[in-house]
Design a protein around this ligand. Structure first.
Ligand code: FE
Length: 239
């Protein structure tokens, strides 16, 4: 009976998570990795480095024109002014949304992502469906994330690589004129800085999975088995 309960708990883990756990166990047993060191790394990127860093950069760009100008000219240096620098963020480029222009970022090869400002990439960012489809159908992918842009809006897709990482500067939401930098930062979601979302007054979550992200996550897991995916098949009932 207890076995059933254990099974129910473990079923929360995806195939990938189970593989990672198994690998970690074997590598620890062989002495290749130190679990304490891994914990420090994971804690760093889960609690100290994450999208709130990028959100502070964006909020400052919204309120401080001089900072925004420096950010657009040399993002690496401007971001370092706020203390954010390091691995996977050595060569940053900021791309700003504007009326009629939307930017979205992808690494088609793997998962290149600006760690110092956004933390670790979400699973869907690394998934084959996102990587392949966002290039040829960015408007369709955006719609699946719940973002519908006017047909006249130009969408620019930026290819994040080992050399260059992009940070999208979303448009400041309407109705936020009186807000301070500190009050604005929570409006800047992680997805708005990748380009799969917009900054919105009243939307402050960087972590909650939307229905669409859940679909991407499920689809990403499915690719492990090499099966072709039609994403729209996955938007039905929660799995
Ligand atoms: Fe990559």
């Amino acid at each position: 009976m207890g076995r059933d309960h254990d099974h129910a708990d473990h079923s929360e883990l995806s195939d990938v998570e189970r593989r990672v756990r198994a690998l970690e166990t074997v590598m620890t047993q062989k002495g290749y990795i130190d679990p304490a060191a891994l914990d420090v790394l994971i804690d760093t990127y889960q609690t100290k480095v994450g999208p709130r860093n990028g959100a502070r950069v964006v909020a400052r760009a919204w309120v401080a024109p001089a900072f925004r100008e420096r950010l657009m000219r040399d993002a690496t240096a401007a971001i370092a002014e706020l203390g954010y620098s390091g691995r996977q963020g050595e060569h940053m480029i900021a791309v700003a949304n504007a009326p009629g222009r939307h930017n979205i970022v992808v690494c088609t090869l793997c998962s290149c992502y600006p760690w110092p400002v956004l933390g670790l990439p979400p699973v869907w960012y690394k998934s084959a469906p996102y990587r392949s489809r966002v290039v040829r159908d960015p408007r369709g992918v955006l719609a699946e994330f719940g973002v519908t842009l006017p047909a006249s809006t130009e969408i620019r897709v930026w290819h994040s690589t080992a050399e260059v990482r992009y940070l999208v500067i979303p448009e400041r939401p309407a109705g936020t004129d009186g807000l301070s930098e500190e009050a604005l930062a929570p409006l800047v979601t992680r997805d708005s800085m990748i380009g799969t979302g917009l900054a919105r007054a009243g939307v402050t979550s960087n972590v909650e999975l939307t229905r669409y992200q859940r679909a991407w996550r499920n689809a990403a897991q499915r690719t492990v088995h090499g099966a072709p995916i039609v994403l729209s098949d996955w938007y039905g009932p929660r799995r």
